[in-house]
Write a protein that binds this ligand. Structure first.
Ligand code: SF4
Length: 396
């Protein structure tokens, strides 16, 4: 197994800066109450580490009357800045400078009378913060919403920093057709676009792709969506423990490719979201390398055995018919033994009907009665509860 790790995986500049600021604040202010307004960054494990060092995460600023309040890397609205000022607490502002630039741009253009359009997710904290810098700003989250926009006069379009370049281009293309006087400020962060580009390139040439990060993080979810587009065996995991589950249940992707190659010539790509710490990436890569070593040490027979699907009694699985006789159907389930459906499991109909209804190559859904019938490798299977199972390509 070849492991290809994206050079852009892990903390970006903005996240690194924010975490350093919080850690310095915690180290230098022992004994003081230190709060963060929401999660400083989107990674549960990092936040838990910071909470272990004394950080208290709160959603409502009214709960803070003393101590230090940390402003999250995603940024906030001017109204929240005002609220903090009135509290008379010390503020540590970790807003990423790239997000700050968007706030300034929106404020300036709004004062000049431009209609502000934000391309992004209206429920994401970064977009909620940006919206606060112009009370009339509108958010478009999709091409459909861009089509429905009613625009006139001067327009200024900005992007959520983690928006995909494809979506930005599509939304801008639609707005261009609606107004003549539009300024398109591509505020997608370069760290994001480079990370997405690299994920696209790696996913296009590997057999499986692992994306490490918190599913709550927008840039991690985008990396997953992009990778999935180019590599259907893409998995989103938060840590080494979740990798273990994949190694257990998805062996087929790590030991054998769909075109039948086995073991060491398999390529697995790895990337990670901007808020995934190096420690977690290292743990995942370490576990994969360990698995790699075990795979390299396996004999061909062991490798083949491990590449087989794991099935259990009572499961409903899809398979492909490989043979039909008057008395039974043979089905390839990707399991080490083929499945057999005896005639009595299929119907009470005359024998000739079996050959009429089923043919080799048809996909079929089957119910596993018994993984091993006790006589070697034969496997007894039947359709889930009902008789006369239809091949899947006839059902569609
Ligand atoms: S992804 Fe870009 S905008 Fe977001 S925190 Fe990192 S550097 Fe800042």
């Amino acid at each position: 197994m070849d492991i290809i790790l994206a050079g852009t995986a892990g903390f970006c500049f903005g996240v690194n800066r924010a975490i350093r600021m919080v850690e310095d604040c915690l180290d230098n202010n022992k004994g003081k109450r230190i709060y963060s307004h929401g999660q400083v960054i989107h990674n549960k494990q990092v936040i838990e580490d910071l909470q272990g060092k004394g950080l208290k995460v709160i959603e409502d600023i009214d709960r803070v009357d003393e101590g230090i309040l940390i402003i999250r890397a995603h940024g906030i609205s001017p109204a929240i800045y005002e609220q903090i000022k009135k509290k008379n607490v010390e503020a540590v502002d970790t807003t990423c400078p790239f997000v700050k630039k968007i706030h300034i741009k929106v404020k300036e253009r709004s004062c000049e009378g431009c209609k502000i359009v934000i391309a992004g997710d209206r429920n994401h904290p970064e977009v909620i913060g940006i919206m606060g810098w112009d009370k009339d700003a509108v958010v478009v989250g999709s091409e459909q919403e861009a089509q429905e926009l009613e625009l006139s006069g001067k327009v200024c379009v900005v992007a959520q920093t983690t928006l995909s370049k494809e979506k930005w281009d599509d939304i801008c293309g639609i707005i261009k057709q609606k107004v003549n006087d539009a300024e398109f400020c591509n505020t997608i962060c370069s760290a994001t676009s480079e990370r997405q580009k690299e994920a696209r390139e790696i996913a296009g040439k590997v057999d499986a792709m692992i994306v490490i990060g918190d599913p709550g993080s927008s840039n991690t979810r985008k990396l997953y969506e992009i990778s999935r587009k180019y590599c259907e065996n893409t998995f989103l995991i938060e840590n080494k423990e979740q990798l273990e589950k994949i190694l257990e249940t998805e062996k087929v992707f790590l030991y054998r490719t769909q075109d039948g190659r086995l073991g060491t010539d398999i390529k697995v790509g790895v990337t990670a979201g901007a808020s995934t710490p190096d420690r977690i990436i290292k743990e995942v890569i370490g576990r994969m390398s360990e698995e790699n070593k075990q795979v390299e040490e396996m004999s061909f027979e062991e490798l083949f055995e491990n590449s087989m699907r794991v099935i259990h009694d009572g499961e409903v699985v899809k398979g492909k018919i490989i043979g039909v006789t008057g008395k039974e159907i043979f089905v390839d389930l990707g399991y080490k033994a083929d499945g057999i459906i005896p005639l009595e499991e299929l119907s009470d109909a005359p024998e000739e009907k079996l050959l009429d209804k089923y043919k080799a190559g048809d996909e079929i859904e089957v119910y596993i009665l018994k993984v091993n019938d006790g006589e070697g490798n034969a496997l007894i299977i039947s359709k889930d509860g009902t008789r006369f199972p239809k091949p899947l390509n006839q059902v569609r």
